[in-house]
Design a protein around this ligand. Structure first.
Ligand code: APR
Ligand code: ZN
Ligand code: ZN
Length: 361
């Protein structure tokens, strides 16, 4: 048995996405079918459409989602039909070297569903990040489902599935921001502003938000930034230093993904401070730095994938904070849209006003 639902398909490089009928098989061993309730529009979906990730068209896009488990296959014990879950693209395998060494947040062998969803003509679909949640229902590995408190709004909860978790985790997990730290966040889109929120949750004393778009700085202030720096007219490093007693920040989070902002992040940190790189550069980007500066400054240079999150540990905890009013996930939902509007949401993505467009079903 299988069922037919509507899903957003990218058929070829750069072609506009379309809603098409897809076939979702019943869950096999270790799999679950999830009725999707909300799915955020992330840059990675656009990168798939542009052929920037791989050539495995057609893609079923969407990967930042929450929903309700409809059915589970043989051997699934951690989730059951009716559970409210957030989907994740790093379902730890338990077998790889990272998992065996007790660092499952760096698992590099994530579990995905073994069966394939297809188009009506039988063409197999490649689900974005092994999820494919711009669809009324999707088939995933059961380990990709993390049960959380169903009182949470699906639109807000789904954001923990990717971009917002990336930013929160960059501050809390990768950067290890602690009470009294000074933190600078360079680039305050959805990811950077989530890092601002993470720094605040972790007890940072000063949170300096940097962006070239003043509207993003207004949002950052609303989310907990204590200082803002408009870097449209130049390098923000001196201002960050001035705001931190001449020292630089304890933790600098880069959430743009460009050589000049990587450089700024590197120089904006205090001696022995930590730089966390979240912004994803393109393959051709390079950065040259004097080795003596690298050697002489000490500290740590880290990159952060998915906020180094462990979904089973972090998602329920963050949803609890959200329900207590201590983590404003709703602030990241700029607009809710229909499944048919994903292409327009891609076009709006770089409008300064949008943190996240979220498809709700
Ligand atoms: N200096 C400072 N800010 C900049 C600069 C710059 N030179 N160039 C762009 N920005 C700002 C933009 O104004 C915007 O607010 O960076 C922000 C980028 O935000 P979004 O485009 O909304 O992207 P986001 O979803 O936040 O992701 C940021 O993190 O996970 C990665 O792949 C993701 O590389 C991307 C980055
Ligand atoms: Zn693993
Ligand atoms: Zn994403």
């Amino acid at each position: 048995m299988s069922q037919q639902v509507r899903g957003v398909i990218a058929r070829g490089k750069g072609e506009p996405v379309q809603v098409e009928t897809i076939v979702v098989p019943d869950p096999g061993p270790g799999e679950a079918v999830v009725k999707v309730q909300a799915c955020g529009v992330c840059h990675t979906d656009l990168h798939y459409r542009e052929g920037g990730i791989n050539d495995d068209f057609p893609f079923l896009l969407g990967h930042e989602a929450a929903g309700v488990v409809e059915s589970v296959g043989e051997g699934v014990e951690d989730v059951a039909p009716g559970d409210f879950v957030i989907l994740n693209w790093r379902a730890v395998c338990g077998q790889c070297r990272s998992c065996r060494r007790g660092r499952p947040q760096y698992c590099f062998a994530t579990h995905n569903a073994k069966q394939k969803m297809t188009l009506l003509d039988g063409t197999e679909l490649s689900p974005a990040l092994g999820i494919g949640a711009f669809a009324e229902k999707t088939l995933v590995a059961a380990g990709q489902c993390t049960k959380v408190d169903p009182a949470a709004s699906p639109a807000a909860a789904g954001l923990l599935g990717c971009g917002v978790m990336a930013g929160l985790g960059a501050a809390i997990n990768t950067g290890g921001v602690g009470r009294g730290d000074t933190v600078a966040v360079i680039g305050c889109g959805g990811v950077g502003n989530a890092a601002v929120v993470g720094a605040r949750l972790a007890g940072a004393a000063k949170i300096i938000a940097v962006d070239i778009d003043p509207r993003k700085l207004v949002t950052a202030r609303g989310l907990g930034a204590t200082h803002t720096v408009d870097s449209s007219s130049g390098d923000p490093v001196e201002e960050i230093r001035a705001l931190t007693g001449g020292n630089g920040a304890d933790v600098v989070i880069e959430a743009v993904g460009r050589p000049e902002t990587y450089r700024q992040a590197f120089y904006a940190r205090d001696l022995a401070g930590t730089v966390v790189l979240v912004g994803v550069p393109t393959p051709e980007m390079t950065l040259e730095l004097p080795l003596l500066d690298v050697f002489g400054r000490g500290g740590a240079l880290k990159s952060s994938w998915y906020g180094d999150c462990l979904p089973s540990r972090d998602f329920p905890m963050l949803i609890d904070l959200y329900l207590q009013g201590r983590l404003d996930l709703d602030a990241f939902v700029t607009e809710t849209i229909a499944l048919d509007d994903v292409e327009q949401a891609f076009a709006r993505m770089h409008d300064g006003d949008v943190l996240r467009s979220v498809v709700v079903f």
